[in-house]
Design a binder for this molecule. Structure first.
Ligand SMILES: [Zn+2]
Length: 272
C-alpha cells in the first residue's frame, strides 16, 4: 500500500476534528499519516475562562482528540482566536508547515464561510498553494518534489454556490469514535457552543452517557446534508446499494489552484 499524507488546516481547535475526523480516523487505521493544524489557539470562544487558560485547555483537548483519531500530530499556531488575518507572515507560516510535512493532500475551509477566521484560514492556505513551489520564498525551508492536491471541506453555505462533493466518505461506521474524539473538546461542545446557542444553564454532568453522545452528535447533523449532496459520489465509491444507505458523510471538493486529478481518482484519494 502506498502511504498517503493528509494535512488539514482548520481555524480553531475542533475544526479539523469536526470536518475531517471520521475520514481521518479511517485513513489513520489504514496506515496513512494525518496531521491537523489549528491556525489559531482558540483563546476567544468562552464566557468565563481567561484567554491564556482557555488556550492551554484547548491545546490539551486537541492532543486528547488526536490520540483517539490516530492523528500523528495536532499543531496549534500561536495566533489569537478571532483575529486570524491573511498576512504575508502567516502565509509563510503555512508554506513552511506544508513543506515540512510534505503532504499528498492539503484540506481547508472554503473562502465563503460565516466565520472570519475560517475565511482567513482558507485564504492563507490557497495563497500558499502556488507559493510552496517557489524556491526563493521561505528559502530556509526547501521546496519538496511532490505537488499536493488541495481540497475544501464541507460547509452548509450555498452562496455563491454549495460545496461540490467530488469525494464523499461514509462516517456512519466510525461515528462512535468521531464523537468520542469530539467529546474531548469539552470547552467547545460542553461549554462554549451550548452557551452560544442560548442554553446558558447547560450542565454536562446532568447527562447520562447516551445523552452526552447525542449532544455531541448534533454537530454532525450537517453531514447528513453532505451525504445527500454527495449521494451520486457515494454510490460511485461504495456501490449503488451501500451508497444510497449512507446517513452521515464527510465530503470534499477539489480546489483548482493546484494539481488536478481526474475526479474518480480524487474520490478514491480519501478512501482508506
Ligand atoms: Zn472554527
Amino acid at each position: 500500500m502506498e502511504q498517503k499524507r493528509f494535512l488539514f488546516f482548520g481555524a480553531h481547535p475542533d475544526d479539523p476534528d469536526i470536518l475531517f475526523g471520521g475520514t481521518a480516523y479511517q485513513l489513520a487505521q489504514a496506515g496513512h499519516v494525518i496531521k491537523f493544524v489549528s491556525m489559531t489557539n482558540g483563546d476567544s470562544g468562552h464566557y468565563s475562562m481567561k484567554p491564556e487558560e482557555l488556550a492551554a485547555a484547548r491545546a490539551i483537548e486537541a492532543q486528547n482528540s488526536a490520540r483517539v483519531l490516530g492523528v500523528s500530530e495536532y499543531e496549534i499556531f500561536p495566533l489569537h482566536d478571532g483575529e486570524l488575518e491573511p498576512t504575508v507572515e502567516n502565509r509563510k507560516r503555512v508554506i513552511r508547515c506544508i513543506r515540512k510535512f510534505q503532504p499528498d493532500v492539503v484540506i481547508t475551509h472554503r473562502t465563503c464561510d460565516y466565520h472570519p477566521d475560517h475565511r482567513a484560514a482558507s485564504q492563507l492556505v490557497l495563497d500558499s498553494a502556488y507559493m510552496i513551489s517557489v524556491p526563493l520564498c521561505c528559502p530556509e525551508t526547501p521546496v519538496f518534489d511532490k505537488i499536493p492536491v488541495f481540497a475544501y471541506s464541507f460547509d452548509r453555505f450555498v452562496n455563491p454556490r454549495p460545496q461540490r462533493a467530488d469525494a464523499a466518505v461514509e462516517i456512519d461506521s466510525v461515528m462512535e469514535v468521531k464523537v468520542a474524539a469530539m467529546s474531548h473538546h469539552r470547552t467547545q461542545f460542553y461549554e462554549w457552543l451550548p452557551w452560544g446557542d442560548g442554553d446558558k444553564d447547560f450542565d454536562v454532568s446532568k447527562l447520562n452517557e447516551e445523552e452526552r453522545f447525542n449532544h455531541v452528535l448534533k454537530w454532525n447533523r450537517r453531514f447528513c446534508i453532505a451525504a445527500d449532496n454527495g449521494r451520486e459520489t457515494l454510490k460511485q465509491v461504495y456501490g449503488a446499494e451501500k451508497g444510497s444507505q449512507v446517513v452521515y458523510a464527510e465530503t470534499f471538493e477539489q480546489s483548482d489552484y493546484s494539481r488536478q486529478l481526474p475526479l474518480d481518482e480524487f474520490a478514491r484519494l480519501f478512501l482508506p
